[in-house]
Design a protein around this ligand. Structure first.
Ligand code: XIL
Length: 329
């Protein structure tokens, strides 16, 4: 019999998968077997829940929550305030002019309150602010409408509104390139300053969109250590390990090579051993998908290039990576 991931790691952390309205059907059995947490891949983003000022569309998100409940799975909410997948009406006045800070904060508040109230008791943790930090050297926050219109305070406000809406929810700041030393320090500084101001923040989400050699094991360990020193929880929120290296532009591969799969297995082994080392702080490890039959990496960063980033193959069967991870437990 095949061990179940969430049982194998049950004493360390939850094991989650990003799901969508299609995969809760096409991957239903696999999800139920191995995962005890889900995140909606897109269905809880601003544009999907709140396409117009007075229109909320909860059906797809509700279905995902019901799917999770029926299987006794936890739900992570993703995401409330982000520069992407947010409709343009949010930043505009009815006249078409740009909204002012007061208007934008009022909209942020009402969005956060409406969404979090609906899922109070069903969603235990939220990525309140996603990807607010810049990847550019010397620049702290990423330029965005939220930053341009409200100023740096938009981040603290989002957490405050979230805490008002559901005082029981665990509130996360989530970002990518999180193990890059320069970006790591910016994330550290942001979270530290929020904590100093007594802003309700409970965790850092490490997206963990990684590849075979990048970031290095030392960079990952240093990042986990640094964030752990903030005294917050850590969630691995969007784990996938691309089989392509940074500069590999091949688009003609019909299947992963043996070498890729072997390196990927070693990489997963290394990562899960690290996660175990930090299991005092890491309470959830979520993959950004479940099996290689569907991944957002099939369209990113190269459109239409198939990728194979998970522990289960395109037939939803365990890969070498799966067995390595299970044996690492
Ligand atoms: C991605 C989804 O997987 C895609 O389907 C969508 O087209 C774009 O967004 N960081 C995040 C996630 O926080 O929300 C992103 O999800 C992947 C990168």
């Amino acid at each position: 019999p095949i061990p179940k991931l969430h049982e194998v790691f049950g004493s360390y952390f939850d094991v989650g998968a990003a799901v969508n309205k299609v995969t809760i059907k096409t991957q239903q059995d696999l999800l139920r077997q191995h995962f005890n947490s889900v995140t909606a891949e897109n269905e809880m983003k601003f544009e999907r829940l709140h396409p117009k000022e007075h229109v909320y569309t909860f059906d797809d998100a509700d279905r995902i929550v019901s799917f999770a409940k029926a299987g006794g799975m936890a739900v992570r909410g993703h995401t409330l305030v982000w520069h992407n997948q947010t409709p343009s009406w949010v930043f505009e006045q009815p006249s078409g002019e740009q909204a002012d800070g007061e208007m934008l904060l009022a909209r942020m508040k009402s969005h956060i309150h409406t969404v979090m109230s609906r899922y109070k008791g069903s969603i235990y943790a939220w990525d309140v602010v996603n990807e607010a930090i810049s990847d550019k050297g010397g620049e702290f926050l990423r330029s965005s409408k939220w930053l341009d219109i409200v100023g740096e305070d938009f981040i603290a406000k989002a957490f405050e509104y979230a805490h008002e809406a559901d005082p029981g929810a665990q509130l996360f700041y989530n970002d990518y390139n999180e193990s890059n030393p320069e970006k790591r320090e910016k994330i550290y500084k942001l979270v530290q300053s929020l904590k100093e101001k007594d802003v309700p923040i409970h965790g850092v989400g490490l997206q963990a969109h990684w590849s075979l050699f990048h970031p290095t094991k030392d960079e990952i360990r240093d990042a986990l250590e640094r964030y752990a020193s903030l005294g917050v929880k850590l969630h691995i929120t969007e784990l996938d390990i691309s089989v392509f290296q940074h500069d590999d532009r091949r688009t003609d591969l019909k299947a992963p090579t043996e070498e890729m799969l072997e390196l990927q297995a070693q990489r997963y082994d290394e990562c899960f051993k690290l996660f175990k080392e930090f299991s005092e702080c890491i309470t959830s490890v979520t993959f950004w998908g479940a099996a290689d039959d569907y991944t957002w990496l099939d369209d990113f960063p190269v459109r239409g290039r198939k990728n194979w980033p998970f522990l289960f193959d395109t037939n939803q069967q365990p890969k070498e990576s799966f067995w390595k991870v299970v044996n690492a437990a």
